[in-house]
Design a protein around this ligand. Structure first.
Ligand SMILES: *Cc1c(COP(=O)(O)O)cnc(C)c1O
Length: 475
């Protein structure tokens, strides 16, 4: 046991050193792939080494190879950080190491997930009778929800898809906002619909689906439809007008699925919840705990109004599984068999924050996104492309050469993102909006502070001035 204690103590020391260093280390990686490969690939040997040394050497060899996404100045993609209790609870999940698939394999895990699922529905203002599943992420939450949709829509046509599959099945149309996330397309592939089943609907300039466009699309075909809406899109944080769209789609018998990876959490904020009004009328919702709730990675949530369809799509009966009356068996709702108890860090995060704390993170992130967008967009030689609707915004940098073309502004923007990331104070990702290259701003971390925003604005301003000087030196 002393070896176990020693290695866990080492890991804890490394963890604390990493977290305490976040503020002062480069947010971007400083090690190259070649460096990492050289340091890491030599480890396969005939003889093993003591556990503590394994941990020390992994930490040493990966030095400079971890992005500082756990810190407060990481604004790329949509990636949250881990709250203290959620991180610690995640360690314990690995420690207890139960298989959270059946009540019989992990009684406490089954009960805590049951409670965490009910809390999430409550916090998000979704129907309490809906079923849920803790998945690896929003990707698999889409998969789970759309499997339920597939079951329900085909059952209505007397087709048991679980038994007969999709070959020869009645057609199902899939209508989605053109600005959907790529994980939606992938879920459709996994489910055998194929991406050809997808009919993208053109959104307005604000990236939201106009009611008229959805109405026309619904009327274009006879087959039952799955309608996929956004809350919110990952570029500009656009939220579809649910109050109008959901009832219209459901009136035609469509199943409405929501990609609410992060935006669904706006439901927790009195300040922002009006933006996602009407979302509770949908049929299924996919979201993440590892984004705005700030649990460690690997935790998504699927919520489905039609419990029976959800269970029919995911459930299992096998001779060696005895169904229990005691508590919920996760295997009936999730695509995994052996799985970690993902609901435990969710439970911890909700306890640590309370309703007010969750709302406060949402409000803070939105305010920070706005400050970054207007601050960067207002710099000489930068432009605000899309102001923050929630916590996402877009900016662009202009090549200061006289008569620079749009293509040169595109290149200048990409160079700026690379230069900012190289400088190390903050980290952003590039994107495309319409035909333009942009720099995306995404704030989803509980740690991000007013000071982080100020340090970031100073750094971006410094990097931009330096690049302007370089352009004129060359010219
Ligand atoms: C992140 C994201 C996803 C995918 O979620 P994962 O948790 O990475 O599987 C889907 N949709 C949107 C809008 C996202 O931001």
């Amino acid at each position: 046991m002393s070896e176990m204690r020693a290695v866990l103590d080492r890991a804890r020391e490394h963890a604390v050193a990493f977290l305490e260093g976040l503020d002062n280390r480069s947010v971007g990686a400083t090690a190259t792939a070649d460096m990492l490969r050289t340091r890491l690939a030599a480890g396969l040997a005939d003889r093993g080494i003591p556990p503590s040394r394994v941990i020390d050497e992994i930490v040493k060899a990966t030095e400079g190879g971890h992005l500082g996404s756990a810190g407060g100045r990481f604004f790329a993609w949509v990636i949250g950080g881990a709250l203290p209790s959620a991180l610690a609870a995640d360690w314990l999940v690995s420690t207890w190491d139960n298989n959270a698939v059946l009540y019989a394999c992990g009684p406490a895990s089954a009960v805590i997930e049951e409670i965490a699922g009910a809390w999430v529905k409550d916090l998000l203002g979704l129907p309490s009778e809906a079923s849920f599943a803790f998945t690896t992420g929003c990707q698999m939450a889409h998969f789970t929800c759309l499997a339920a949709a597939r079951n329900a829509l085909l059952r209505q046509q007397s087709w048991d898809v679980e038994r007969r599959g999709l070959t020869g099945a009645p057609r199902i149309r899939v209508l989605a906002n053109q600005h959907r996330h790529g994980s939606v397309d992938r879920a459709l592939r996994f489910l055998g619909f194929g991406t050809d089943a997808l009919e993208p609907i053109a959104a307005g300039a604000d990236a939201r689906l106009p009611a008229r466009a959805l109405k026309d699309a619904l009327q274009r075909g006879e087959a039952p439809a799955i309608v996929i809406l956004n809350a919110a899109d990952l570029n500009v944080g656009a939220v579809d007008p649910f109050s109008e769209l959901v009832s219209m789609a459901r009136a035609t018998g469509a199943w409405v699925h929501v990609d609410g990876a992060f935006g669904l959490w706006a439901r927790t904020s009195p300040l922002h919840r009006h933006k996602v009004a009407g979302i509770e009328e949908a049929d299924s919702w996919a979201t993440d705990a590892h984004k705005w709730l700030n649990t460690p990675k690997d935790i998504g949530i699927a919520i489905v109004k039609d419990r029976e369809a959800h269970r029919a799509a995911m459930g299992i009966t096998a001779a060696y599984i005895s169904p229990n009356e005691e508590a919920r068996d996760q295997i009936d709702w999730t695509p995994d068999w052996t799985r970690r108890a993902r609901g435990i860090p969710v439970y911890a995060a909700v306890r640590e924050l309370g309703r007010e704390g969750i709302a406060a993170i949402v409000d803070r992130c939105c305010a920070h996104a706005e400050a970054l967008a207007t601050g960067i967009g207002g710099l000489k030689g930068a432009r605000l492309v899309a102001p923050a609707t929630l916590n996402q915004a877009l900016v662009r940098f202009l090549d200061p050469k006289p008569n620079a073309t749009e293509g040169e502004h595109d290149q200048f923007t990409l160079d700026m993102v690379a230069a900012i990331n190289e400088e190390g104070t903050a980290f952003f990702s590039p994107g495309m909006w319409g035909y333009q290259r942009v720099m995306r701003i995404s704030v989803v971390n509980w740690r991000t502070s007013v000071r982080d925003i100020q340090l970031t604005l100073d750094a971006v301003s410094r990097v931009l001035s330096r690049r302007h000087e370089q352009v004129f030196d060359k010219g």
